[in-house]
Design a protein around this ligand. Structure first.
Ligand SMILES: [Zn+2]
Length: 167
């Protein structure tokens, strides 16, 4: 399972199914992130010894499965839906941000039907949906709300966001 850093209560990693379970460090893996020159980020992994399941904690500035950062995507979508010049980005990063925007637009119906009250209108345009989400906070906050409240992310319904059940 994957948690967002901002979802950790008191900054401490615990078993998402039962807070009293013992958790051990369980190695790490690398994720690539676009930035000037590109950057590798090490993500730590944890094992709940009772559940036998692993857990990783994604930094708040990262998106699940995407190499573009949360801040740049936030700026990219804001600029796109308000007809402003896009923020500066390298070619690879631009491609990643554009693919992310298109993916978001493919998910309008799915997101708006599942988010219910969080979205102002029932059949929003991409811009209305983005504005509606954005009224709750920045993209980092939106991602936390989606993961905690709905077990989904902005760009996908990833299995890694689903809570496991305790044995
Ligand atoms: Zn556990």
């Amino acid at each position: 399972m994957q948690l967002r850093q901002s979802s950790l209560k008191g900054g401490k990693v615990r078993c998402p199914s039962n807070r009293t379970h013992k958790i051990h460090g369980h190695g790490s893996y690398e994720r690539y992130r676009h930035s000037v020159g590109g950057k590798r980020i090490r993500i730590r992994r944890w094992l709940c010894v009772v559940c036998g399941r692993t857990l990783s904690v994604l930094p708040n500035f990262m998106l699940p499965y995407r190499a573009c950062g949360v801040g740049p995507l936030d700026d990219w979508l804001d600029a796109h839906y308000h007809q402003r010049a896009p923020p500066p980005a390298g070619e690879l990063e631009k491609g990643c941000l554009e693919r992310a925007r298109k993916r978001f637009e493919h998910r309008i119906r799915s997101l708006s039907s599942r988010l219910g009250q969080m979205v102002a209108t029932s059949h929003p345009t991409a811009r209305k949906l983005w504005e509606s989400l954005r009224s709750h906070g920045n993209l980092a906050e939106i991602l936390r709300s989606l993961a905690e409240g709905f077990k989904i992310s902005l760009l996908g319904d990833y299995r890694c966001l689903l809570l496991w059940t305790s044995p």
